[in-house]
Every structure is written in structure tokens, then in C-alpha cells.
Design a binder for this molecule. Structure first.
Ligand code: SME
Length: 163
């Protein structure tokens, strides 16, 4: 487990500045992915899946290797299970997770944080690492701050939410 940490609050402050300058939601999502990806050396794939009303997650902005999993049904994989169970997922060893969809053979652990307001789920932040057990509780908390900020941006944009 790495002792490296980063500040989700600082990322949110940067997103505040960008939103105040009039940046739209799609560009804010891309910037959030970029800021998160750069924030931690163990983040090897960082992306956002958006939830659509047909109960499908669709890949939005991401940084890392291209993935075949552009569409994921609710309930499928770690990403779809997070939505079905309405809870974040921290998988320390993906080889021990039966409901795992492999994007890259290099991935060892995965973190999924829902972008939600209560039961209304807009999207999720998905981060893969080549290290086992890459996401300590502090890291998870900092990513959650950014996800919470993005939930506010979705709500402010009038985007629909599934819940
Ligand atoms: N591993 C995910 C699929 C998405 S990729 O990691 C980018 C899952 O099991 O749902």
C-alpha cells in the first residue's frame, strides 16, 4: 500500500474555477478525469462511466488503454454491480472477484465510486491500478470528494439520474 496521497479538495477547487469560467459538463468531466489520473502514480486507467435511462453504463472520458467495455449493463462487472447495489466498490485483487470484466491483463485492483445524490445515480468514477490493493481508505475518500463535486455538476446541469 502506497503512502502517497492527494487532495480531492484541491481538485474540487480547480473544478470550481473551471465551472465559474463557464466550462460545460462534458469538459468538466474530462478535466476531472485528467486531474484525478495525474493525482496518483498508482492510477493507471481513470475514467467515467455515465448511466443512461436504459440501465446501461456508457464510457465517457478516460485516460489509459482503450477498453472493449464501452457499454456495461447494470449488474454486470464491478461497474454494473456498483450501480445495482448502489454502493462504491474497492476490489483489492480483481483475480478474486468473480464478477469482474477485464479491461487489461495488467490490472490488479479497481476502485469504483458512484457519482450520485442519494439514490439518484448519474455516473461513476472507475480507476484501475496495476498494483494490488492500490486504493487505501484515504485515497478512496479523496476520490469520493471529486465524485461528490461531479454529482453537484450533474444536478446543476439538469441531467437526468437513474435511481
Ligand atoms: N473492470 C470493470 C470494467 C471496466 S474497465 O475496468 C475499464 C468491471 O468489472 O466492471
Amino acid at each position: 500500500m502506497s503512502g502517497t496521497t492527494f487532495s480531492g479538495t484541491e481538485i474540487c477547487q480547480e473544478l470550481d474555477r473551471l465551472a465559474a469560467s463557464g466550462m460545460n459538463l462534458d469538459d468538466l468531466l474530462s478535466r476531472a478525469v485528467g486531474l484525478l489520473h495525474e493525482a496518483h502514480p498508482r492510477f493507471h486507467w481513470t475514467g467515467i462511466y455515465e448511466l443512461f435511462p436504459d440501465n446501461t453504463l456508457r464510457l465517457g472520458p478516460f485516460i489509459g488503454a482503450p477498453t472493449d467495455h464501452v457499454f456495461i449493463s447494470v449488474g454486470e462487472g464491478v461497474c454494473g454491480s456498483a450501480v445495482a447495489e448502489k454502493c462504491d466498490k474497492n476490489v483489492p485483487d480483481v483475480s478474486k472477484e468473480p464478477n469482474y470484466l477485464a479491461c487489461s491483463s495488467a490490472t490488479r485492483s479497481e476502485l469504483v465510486i458512484l457519482i450520485r445524490k442519494g439514490d439518484a445515480i448519474f455516473a461513476q468514477v472507475d480507476i484501475d491500478s496495476h498494483e494490488l490493493d492500490a486504493f487505501d481508505p484515504q485515497t478512496q475518500r479523496e476520490v469520493s470528494k471529486v465524485a461528490q463535486w461531479l454529482a453537484g455538476a450533474y444536478a446543476a446541469s439538469g441531467a437526468g439520474a437513474s435511481g
